[in-house]
Write a new protein. Sequence first.
Length: 233
Amino acid sequence: MDQKNKRLSATAYGGIKGEDYVPFVPTTEVMPETTGYSIIIGILFACIFAAANTYLGLKVGLTISAGIPGAIMATGILKGLFRRNSILEANMIASLAAVGESIAGGIIFILPSLLLSGFGLSILQVVIVTIVGGIMGVFFITPLRRFLIVEEHGTLVYPESMAAAEVLVTGSQGGSGFKTVMTGMGVGGAYKFLSGGLKIWSESASYTITSYQGTSIGVDACFPSWCRFYRWN
């Protein structure tokens, strides 16, 4: 399929029944999706984002989205390293990356409460609970998938998924749009490395109001594309 200059249809956001919506890649098109590239890279991304979100969640009580960064990185790696331009492969990788984020959320928001309640959990038990929880999540969401995606098309917006779709479409076309996405990612990564890694400047600023019982006001300043503490999915 020639994806050049093709845009995501406006009906992707609603205005049409889910049964009548024609996706960006029609079901009649044959394109690589579940391949060794997408599975291996996707599992790697899931592990990385799960570890990052576990650390961040235990530290600040919040997680970051993995779907959009996963879509950007998947497109860049597939096109840059493997010379592959399959939007479905990139979508598979981004989906697996988002799974890592979800599993991390289950770990950091549930298991610590069990520990605080006096339940002793070994590493093996944590691993088993995580695996069983992930499998149960797949079984629970499978019967609801058609209702949530097809029957509720346009009613449930799914902002993160739509943003990831726009990233994938832009990346698959290459050109200036893809360069802009990768430039933004590179600048954000460099900023974070210089500020958080090398500590060249502080990421936070605080001011203490001594006349008001020592009240302290603090602000964390970081690059916008890497500091969105909300969940789109």
